[in-house]
Design a protein around this ligand. Structure first.
Ligand code: HEC
Length: 115
């Protein structure tokens, strides 16, 4: 069997193309799903700091609009990526862009619910 360099290169391009599309799928992480799977365990699905049975969870209340008003997006993004107090850092699981989306698309809208 003889290797045809150009075919080997084509296979390489196909593989590289696949992994590139995987990377871009990864960039569009569903932040809502991520919040429900990872953050809600401590903050509650609705950010109330309470679980489905109303039990108190370890995370702070995120839906408190008065508290939110004291925080800049950049503060929240930093806490999510670097961790804060009892909250672990998420920089190994989230890009800065994803943390910003979590703040803008999930955490900010939670405040509108007034708890
Ligand atoms: C292990 C429990 C736990 C998990 C999981 C967790 N948090 Fe927290 N989170 C906390 C605690 C505790 C605090 C309060 C930290 C403090 O002020 O000392 C907090 C605080 C915060 C704050 C406020 C930070 C600030 O600057 O005051 C935000 C925003 C936040 N969490 C978002 C998230 C997001 C988004 C996720 C998922 C990626 C998440 N948390 C996952 C426990 C958790």
């Amino acid at each position: 069997m003889s290797f045809n360099v150009s075919n080997v290169f084509k296979v390489f391009l196909m593989v590289a193309g696949c992994s590139l599309s995987l990377v871009s799928a990864e960039q569009q992480k569903d932040v809502k799903l991520f919040f429900q799977r990872t953050c809600a365990a401590c903050h509650g699905v609705d950010g109330s700091g309470r679980g489905l049975n109303g039990q108190k969870l370890p995370g702070r209340v995120l839906s408190d609009s008065r508290w939110q008003g004291t925080k800049k997006d950049a503060d929240l993004v930093k806490s999510i990526l670097k961790g804060k107090g009892g909250m672990p850092a998420f920089q190994s699981q989230l890009s800065e862009m994803e943390a910003e989306s979590l703040v803008a698309e999930i955490i900010r809208p939670l405040a509108a619910r007034k708890k």
